[in-house]
Write a protein that binds this ligand. Structure first.
Ligand code: TRP
Ligand code: ZN
Length: 481
């Protein structure tokens, strides 16, 4: 039961996707990652930054012409459900700009300034189009005040609502992968533009306001409390989260902290504080298992926050959001290690193109197999691999490296994506395989990588031509033997 359930879990997103991956487009992405270069020629004409950053699946996401360094988000939540917000975006121009776009949808924009000056802007679908002259290389601050009642968004990539969601106890939580960051703050909404973040979450006193990174201050005013959080390691906008709830506790896990050498703290409703699933106490052990396989844990902290009315889990940086149903499920431990694994694969090393999503989900799913092996030995790993291979055959999974853009998180990117790594491990042996993973996480830490980058690392570390293996597993229609 344990293992067949394990297969079920990861497919909660995939299962809501209908249909088949068989007819998917075969876009193979060769985009190299990522360092933004600043055009220094002062004679270059001033032109608007591009309205998209160049994602082949979602061309409207992200923008060109500038590089965000920091988002300072200030959100005041009232018990009537409204939010009064302000974001200060610190960025640098990478070309001579006559204007630039932010991604942003919904809300009322009350005021917009750049370096303190009012600027002209208009709203066009998911684009906030700003007219303002900024020379290449110049640093600038965009300040946007906005407000309203947060509305969820229908993702272009998955058949569920994403963005700012509200649970049955009026808990507020943001789950934004892949395209919903810009439904709750103006952003350069693509993982190619990572930035540090700070958050001030003001709530009616008694509620708890949580976000990514470190809790730096709790300040009480008359009737409100402001929680300040700081994420000092670069983060893709889709991994930013704010979660607000009533009667929650911020609970340290000293045993896991001691075990992993990484501070662990969860945010839990009170009944879970008293009676959490056993696997929640294994966070430290899981991090240890994954550090051995993937290299050092990439951030300064980890924890989960548990919300009602949500069927999934999402690996927000340093703070995964778990629906209560996931925590109560018998397969919780597999989802738990899966989301922890995303801190390396997805969060520290992020995709450069959303079409490469198997680099997140395949690797995170592979971590579930490592947990089986850790707990029950290599025979159990083999058995689980056989089960999942069988499941992949029965489902007829197509190539994991080119999922349909409207079913980005289909079963193939998870299950067959993990089997790619199983096949690679079998081919090059444990030492070289894990050295490959560690080289990859180290080389692309806090950055972006492509499928091509991963293959290159595997070939470099193994000293072998692995084209055939990757061709068959990633791009071939049939599941190889
Ligand atoms: N990355 C999630 C996982 O761990 C799946 C996912 C993608 C998701 N987008 C989401 C979950 C939005 C919740 C909400 O597999
Ligand atoms: Zn995942």
């Amino acid at each position: 039961m344990r293992r067949s359930l394990a297969i079920a879990i990861i497919l909660t997103i995939a299962a809501s996707c209908s249909g088949q991956s068989g007819d998917s487009t075969t876009t193979s992405v060769t985009t190299a990652s990522t360092t933004t270069s600043v055009a220094t020629t002062s004679t270059m004409p001033f032109a608007p930054g591009a309205p998209g950053i160049g994602d082949s699946y979602y061309p409207g996401l992200g923008n060109g012409g500038y590089d965000v360094q920091h988002y300072d988000l200030d959100l005041a939540y009232s018990s009537d459900g409204t939010v009064d917000a302000d974001v200060v975006i610190t960025a640098v121009a990478t070309q001579n700009l006559s204007g630039l776009n932010l991604d942003f949808v919904g809300w009322e924009v009350n005021d917009l300034t750049i370096d303190g000056a009012e600027v002209a802007f208009l709203r066009d679908g998911d684009e906030l189009v700003i007219t303002h002259r900024i020379p290449s290389g110049e640093h600038f601050k965009i300040d946007v005040s906005y407000g309203g009642t947060p509305q969820p968004m229908q993702s272009a990539a998955i058949p569920i609502e994403v963005g700012w969601l509200v649970g049955p106890e009026s808990e507020q939580f943001v789950v934004a992968e892949p395209d919903a960051a810009h439904s709750w703050f103006p952003a350069n909404d693509h993982p190619l533009d990572k930035a540090t973040f700070s958050f001030a979450v003001t709530v009616p006193t008694g509620l708890t306001g949580v976000a990514n990174g470190e809790l730096t201050e709790i300040a009480e005013d008359d009737a409100t409390t402001t929680y300040r959080w700081s994420m000092d390691t670069p983060m893709a906008p889709y991994l930013a989260t704010v979660v607000i709830g009533d009667g929650w506790q911020i609970v340290e896990d000293p045993v896991s902290t001691e075990e992993a050498g990484v501070p662990i703290r969860n945010v839990l409703p009170s009944d879970l504080v008293d009676d959490a699933p056993a696997a929640l106490a294994q966070t430290g052990e899981m991090i240890n298992v994954l550090e051995e396989a993937f290299g050092p844990y990439p951030f300064d902290r980890y924890g989960i926050v548990v919300v009602g009315g949500f069927q999934h889990a999402l690996e927000n940086q340093t703070l995964s959001v778990f629906g209560r149903a996931m925590v109560d499920a018998p397969f919780f431990e597999y989802v738990h290690i899966h989301e922890i694994a995303h801190q390396w694969f997805g969060n520290s090393v992020s995709v450069a193109q959303w079409s490469d999503i198997w680099l997140n989900e395949g690797f995170a799913t592979f971590s579930e197999l490592l947990w089986v092996e850790h707990l029950h030995g290599v025979g159990a790993y083999r058995e689980e691999v056989a089960n999942r291979t069988q499941a992949a055959r029965v489902a007829g999974y197509g190539p994991p490296a080119s999922p349909p853009p409207d079913e980005l998180f289909n079963g193939s990117v998870y299950i067959r994506g993990a089997l790619v790594l199983v096949a690679l491990r079998d081919e090059i042996g444990d030492d070289v395989f894990f050295e490959t993973l560690r080289t990859y996480t180290e080389r692309y830490a806090d950055g972006n990588a492509t499928t091509v980058d991963f293959i290159a690392v595997a070939e470099e570390v193994s000293g072998r031509d692995l084209t055939g293996l990757f061709e068959a597993w990633l791009y071939g229609q049939e599941l190889p033997d």
